[in-house]
Design a binder for this molecule. Structure first.
Ligand code: B12
Ligand code: SF4
Length: 565
């Protein structure tokens, strides 16, 4: 198929600077899906991650690409950077059509137009069908403004495109990649294999953005993506980031079977809901390499769960986590605090929940107000947040229980017996990954208490040798369990036991790179560099492009050479 002149340049850009989380720099794979759709219809499309790039360099880059359409991916956390970029893009390519898509633009179009005078239109919701139509019309020299899913500055809209029923028809991003400044290939390990969520949590925009009907990619398409990433980028660990990966039991079994039947042995993680999991699914998942599962438990108080419309209760949370612990996965939970009307008694219930459920990992966050959520609308209707809330707010993420400024506290230190002022810190300051926000005193205290509870529970949450024995009896041979058992042994410096566990993986599954890699990393730790080199070379025979194995190999060669000198 003939690829024509560059039709679309799709850009992501996140702010960089003080304490910005590396997650901010992840290129949104949504743009990869749009590229896949355009390119498979013969429309040239390029992706670029301009995060952290200076204005002049960005302008030069965009000018050189000279695209007909410039598409910007607009999330709440990158909105300010995106608006700056639109200005740069307009100056660089005065005749280009500048479009924005993504959750922030979709849910807050008037605020977005007000903050960004360079935008020609916003593409609402799912972007592929709309972008394909726009690009086609432009190629034909016709009026693109009649394409679906558009909203214009004067508030006129075109009808929404129907949701794409067959997600496989879009194509797989990595098979079409043409990118600049993509950065670390490990970010491609985040997979999106479904769209939509049947639940209705008050703080989440997914139901409004993607709809309550879940659409799934087929297991074949998912497997093809994993295999391509394995071969092309050497990825051996994948993160399913579907809102609820486990929603459809049959699909879970099919994906697990496809992984087991394939010639590769990836490890992976996923996210689930406490009411959409059972032992059968968990057993199939861990056997197929799922070592880490996260549940959106959110709170330890039934009253707060209701306030969040979470649609699960504590019994379900308890049951799901007990089952995940029974099969032996590493278990993570998400918890929210700083909910309007939440009291310290409610927070104490979340602490008790942590102690009872024994999660290995707790992701703690103050309740944030995102556009497209019921929480946003309720706070707006009650006057708790102003109309142009997000264009005014200087921070990336705005919390439900916030204060405008933190309380500045002086910090002192002792120098030779003299107390000296060494600087200032802001009390109640919370890093949002893209900047800083201030939460009220209740939220700050709750965060500190829960953080402490999460730390305190860690040693108790660890699986014991008896736990591993029980898990092995339940599962039979399972390389994932051996790996976790080896890691647990390493944690208590029982390197001999760790080696036994990894060696058994090698013996039973010589084609599984994880046995070789783990044993090699262990040997590096214990100083047995010759064995480490042998093992990592075996791993590289299986996954020649593995970034971790290549790093270890280079490190070993370098260290061994310098020791010889
Ligand atoms: C995977 C994921 C991540 C991964 C990112 C991996 C990656 N490389 O993409 C990780 C774990 C790093 C992550 C982190 C965070 N995430 Co996140 N994440 C998701 C998740 C679960 C899936 C994203 C995805 O792949 N979706 C599928 C693709 C197809 O959708 P998409 O990217 O939105 O793109 C489509 C449309 O938006 C639109 N579109 C997007 N851009 C453009 C541009 C143009 C020009 C057009 C025409 C169309 C268009 O068309 C695309 C194709 O249909 C979503 C929830 C969800 N279901 O979408 C949350 C979500 C995007 N994350 C969210 C948040 C808040 C975060 C964090 C801030 C969380 C935190 N507190 O730390 C961080 C930091 C953000 C960052 N930059 O990384 C929010 C964003 C809300 C908002 N209004 O901005 C979401 C929507 C979750 C939610 N429901 O609240 N996240
Ligand atoms: S938080 Fe999770 S379960 Fe709740 S609506 Fe959003 S995606 Fe669905």
């Amino acid at each position: 198929m003939r690829i024509r002149q560059l039709s679309a340049l799709l850009i992501y850009s996140a702010p960089t600077g003080r304490d910005v989380s590396p997650w901010m720099l992840h290129f949104p794979i949504g743009l990869g899906y749009i590229q896949a759709m355009l390119k498979s219809s013969g429309i040239a499309c390029h992706l670029a991650n301009l995060s952290g790039m200076g204005a002049q360099k960005a302008a030069e880059y965009i000018k050189k690409k000279n695209p007909r359409i410039i598409g910007l991916s607009l999330f709440t956390y990158n909105r300010k950077r995106c608006f700056e970029l639109a200005k740069i893009a307009r100056a660089a390519c005065p005749r280009a059509i500048i479009l924005a898509g993504g959750p922030h633009a979709t849910h807050l179009p008037s605020e977005t137009f007000k903050s960004c005078k360079e935008l020609d239109a916003i593409v609402c919701g799912e972007g592929e069908a709309a972008m394909l139509e726009i690009a086609k019309q432009i190629e034909k020299g016709k009026d693109w403004k009649k394409s679906p899913s558009l909203i214009f500055r004067d508030c006129t809209k075109t009808p929404m495109a129907a949701p794409i029923e067959n997600l496989d028809s879009i194509g797989i991003p990595v098979e079409h990649f043409e990118t600049d400044f993509l950065g670390d290939p490990q970010q491609l390990s985040y997979l999106s294999t479904s769209r939509g969520c049947p639940s209705d949590c008050s703080f989440c925009n997914t139901p409004e953005f993607w709809g309550k009907q879940i659409r799934f990619r087929s297991p074949e398409s998912v497997m093809c993506e994993i295999q391509t990433l394995w071969q092309e980028y050497g990825l051996t660990y994948f993160n399913f980031r579907d809102d609820t990966f486990t929603a459809n039991a049959h699909r879970v079994f099919d994906i697990c079977k496809a992984i087991k039947d394939s010639s590769i042995n990836p490890l992976w993680s996923c996210q689930s809901r406490a009411n959409m999991i059972d032992e059968e699914r968990l057993v199939a998942m861990i056997r197929a390499g799922c070592e880490f599962i996260q549940f959106g438990v959110e709170h330890g108080s039934e009253k707060m769960l209701k306030a969040l419309d979470k649609g699960i209760n504590l019994e379900q949370a308890n049951n799901a986590i007990s089952l995940a612990r029974k099969v032996g996965m590493i278990v993570g939970i998400y918890l929210i605090t700083g909910i309007p009307n939440e009291t310290m008694e409610d927070v104490a219930q979340s602490e008790a929940l942590i102690e009872k459920l024994l999660p290995h990992n707790v992701q703690l966050a103050p309740l944030a107000v995102y556009p497209g959520t019921r929480l946003y609308r309720e706070l707006m209707d009650s006057g708790a947040i102003p109309k142009n809330f997000y264009s005014k707010a200087k921070d990336a993420e705005v919390f439900a229980r916030r204060v405008e400024e933190g309380i500045m506290e002086e910090m002192y230190s002792d120098f030779g017996g003299h107390r000296r002022l060494i600087g200032y810190k802001y009390a109640n300051e919370v890093s949002t990954g893209a900047g800083w926000s201030y939460v009220d005193e209740h939220t700050a205290k709750a965060l500190a208490r829960l953080q402490k509870a999460a730390e305190t529970v860690k040693p108790k949450a660890r699986y014991t040798p008896e736990d591993f024995k029980r898990q092995k009896k339940l599962l039979g041979w399972c390389a994932t369990t051996n790996m976790l058992c080896g890691e647990a042994a390493e944690d208590v410096n029982d390197f001999l036991e760790a080696r036994v566990q990894y060696s058994e993986i090698i013996q039973k599954e010589p084609q599984n790179p994880w046995g070789w890699m783990k044993r090699s990393f262990l040997a590096i730790k214990t100083g047995d560099l010759a064995s480490a080199l042998q093992d990592v070379q075996e791993a590289l025979k299986i996954v020649p492009k593995s970034p971790e194995a290549l790093d270890a190999y280079k490190h070993l060669i370098h260290t061994m050479k310098s020791r010889k000198k």
